[in-house]
Design a protein around this ligand. Sequence first.
Ligand SMILES: O=P(O)(O)O[C@H]1O[C@H](CO)[C@@H](O)[C@H]1O
Length: 291
Amino acid sequence: MRTLFIDREVLSYDEVKKIADSLLAQTPIRPKLGIICGSGLGALADIVEDRTVIPYEKIPGFPVSTVPGHEGKLVIGKLKGKEVVLMQGRAHCYEGYPPQKIAVPVRTMKMMGVQILFVTCAAGGINDSYQVGDIMIIRDHINLAGFAGINPLVGMNDNRFGERFPPMSDAYDRQIRALAKAEAKRMGLDPFVREGVYSMMVGPNFETVTECRLLRLVGADATGMSTVPEVLVARHCGMRVFAMGLISNLVISEYDVDEKANHEEVLETGQKRSKDLQNLVAAMVEKLDLA
Ligand SMILES: O=P(O)(O)O[C@H]1O[C@H](CO)[C@@H](O)[C@H]1O
């Protein structure tokens, strides 16, 4: 087979299957729902019951998280009686992982039986009307990293994972977004819940003022350094996807001001909103049809 330089990072179908089988051998749970926890949002794992916890280091082929606020554990168990697999923390491209490596946990979840993926992240608010602590349901994304060739689907395509040219115009499931809005309203969270467009740059630096202004101009409501690779891979392999970003800080879009974006604020906001996020996810999972 012709080799592209990134092929050494792409685990084959059989290799991913082997990881999935070894995880399933460690638990009686057969998850249909996968959840990825973003920066400071790992407390979502606290609402998972009957759990088996496996550190990423113990899963051959998994990228290991190296950033504060990402525990780096796979939690398999039950949430509101539904069988789930939850990633307590993720790896990012800026940690040195090629996006093809970020694909591994998502494809593993698919092979474990996951049909629906919930992706969460912390994000900097760009939209002028957003406030710190808002929850943004992601309606669409701009893959700015992709504009620079950073895309987990680059490389030889194995049709057993998914098709060569997957559509992405319907990446974020309309029905699940409607469910999220309905549940948020029922719980009185609607004043903090928005729906918007997420943009991804690789990071690890936060944006310059002019980059923030550019992102606003092209229609981004919030920005971060994750989520998009996972969503691309999940859609490629036919999962339904729901994603939401916690607006953990507001981007700095004025020149010559003293405020600076920082990871500590990102983690603090996550802590403050963790109960609301837990409740929203739990309410949604309770209502999800996971046949
Ligand atoms: O996207 P998550 O993993 O939530 O984390 C976000 O928070 C970190 C920056 O504070 C970056 O990793 C950014 O992507």
